[in-house]
Write a protein that binds this ligand. Structure first.
Ligand SMILES: C[S@@+](CC[C@H](N)C(=O)[O-])C[C@H]1O[C@@H](n2cnc3c(N)ncnc32)[C@H](O)[C@@H]1O
Length: 376
């Protein structure tokens, strides 16, 4: 047993997290997470985020928090925890991903010694440093969108003794300077695979990412890039999600107001959309719609056209009101029907194909099965 409390906690974390490739466990043992969390993080407090400062909780408690297998949110709506005047409302814009999820992504990517990897979303730099420990600094490239976060991550990574290629900018464009990569790993979610990623990965290389959207449903996938310029893969079914890449975030919309429209009985109980896979299916059906849950079921608002659908309880079930050029609930019900007719399989029954012209679709069961285009 070591007297160094950080090392002891790091060891406990490294042995407790599920890892397939032991080389990643070695990286967890070696990289001090406390170097990446700065002086403060946010923790959830009711509907708000409360900053927690190292100096307030004391070093012992701070290290205990650092080495929990937890995602620590570090930025809310562009405000870092150390600068927050107090509890804040809003959506997280950066975090240190929970170590077990980083391990899952790196295992899934199938990375081997000597591989060259492009990471999208440097964040705090912790996962970048884990990659450096395994692959050597010269094989690691990482892009962060937010310049302030990128500068802080560079400090953290250098303090940890690593000097990979760090870039500030939009990771959706990849980084041509380091191509071709054996793997691209995204720690932010995308609505579709950016074409640049496809062009920058070698034949047989992989893209590991979460596909998400404006309903915030999410699916983890590893795509293999083929020599004909296409990529294919199957969703893993893991119930995990990342924040959307900033250029793929949902645009703001006006306050929702119910508008008169056509009304009919709903064929599905809107509560079905609480299910992980059903919500993913609904997002495929209405890819530019936002989903809100209310005591009356759900509201769908299409960000592109303003179309809306909302459900309501009636004496003997549910009815739906639809307004605007898109019949959002019709589309969702059609998609849910196709899924249920296939036996309502889990998300791992879905796969994805990216064509060489950049168009892409998600299919059910097999590439020739029912499919839905992604909003490229
Ligand atoms: C979940 S955090 C990354 C966690 C990080 N891997 C770690 O371990 O600390 C996601 C990051 O992606 C960044 N991001 C969002 N959109 C991006 C984009 N288009 N290009 C590069 N980074 C992006 C966010 O600013 C945020 O820092």
């Amino acid at each position: 047993m070591t007297a160094d409390p950080a090392r002891r906690l790091r060891h406990a974390l490294a042995v407790s997290v599920p890892v397939e490739d032991p080389a990643w466990r070695d990286a967890l043992e070696a990289v001090p997470r406390e170097l990446f969390l700065g002086e403060a993080v946010f923790r959830p407090s009711g509907v708000q985020w409360e900053p927690v400062h190292r100096r307030t909780v004391g070093q012992e408690e701070w290290l205990r928090l650092v080495y929990q297998d937890t995602t620590w949110v570090t930025q809310i709506e562009g405000v870092t925890a150390v600068d927050a005047p107090g509890p804040m409302a809003g959506r997280p814009t950066s975090s240190s991903t929970l170590p077990s999820l980083i391990m899952r992504m790196l295992d899934l990517a199938g990375i081997r010694d000597g591989d060259r990897v492009l990471e999208i979303g440097t964040g705090t730099g912790y996962s970048t440093a884990l990659l450096c420990h395994r692959l050597g600094d010269k094989n690691v490239y990482s892009v962060e969108y937010d310049p302030g976060l990128a500068a802080a991550a560079a400090d953290h990574i250098h303090t940890a003794g690593h000097s990979p290629t760090l870039l500030t900018g939009d990771g959706l464009a990849g980084h041509r300077g380091g191509a071709e990569y054996d793997a691209i790993v995204a720690t932010c979610a995308v609505r579709y695979i950016p074409p640049a990623w496809l062009h920058q990965v070698r034949d047989g290389g992989t893209i590991t990412t979460t596909i998400s959207g404006w309903m915030l449903a999410s699916g983890l996938i590893r795509l293999t890039v083929h020599d004909d310029g296409t990529a294919t893969g199957r969703f893993t079914g893991d119930r995990i999600g990342y924040m959307l890449a900033r250029p793929h975030e949902r645009p703001p919309r006006p306050t929702f107001r119910r508008r008169p429209g056509q009304t009919r009985p709903a064929r599905f109980d809107p509560g079905l959309l609480d299910d992980w896979t059903a919500q993913f299916v609904a997002q495929l059906a209405a890819p530019s719609a936002e989903l809100m849950t209310t005591s009356d079921g759900v509201i769908l608002v299409d960000v592109a056209t303003g179309s809306q659908a909302w459900t309501e309880i009636t004496g003997d079930g549910w009815q739906v009101h639809q307004h605007g050029p898109l019949r959002l609930w019709d589309a969702v019900e059609d998609c849910l029907t196709a899924w249920q007719e296939a036996g309502a399989p889990p998300q791992s029954a879905f796969g994805m194909t990216v064509n060489h012209d950049g168009t892409q679709h998600i299919w059910l069961s097999e590439p020739t099965g029912p499919s839905w285009n992604l909003p490229v």
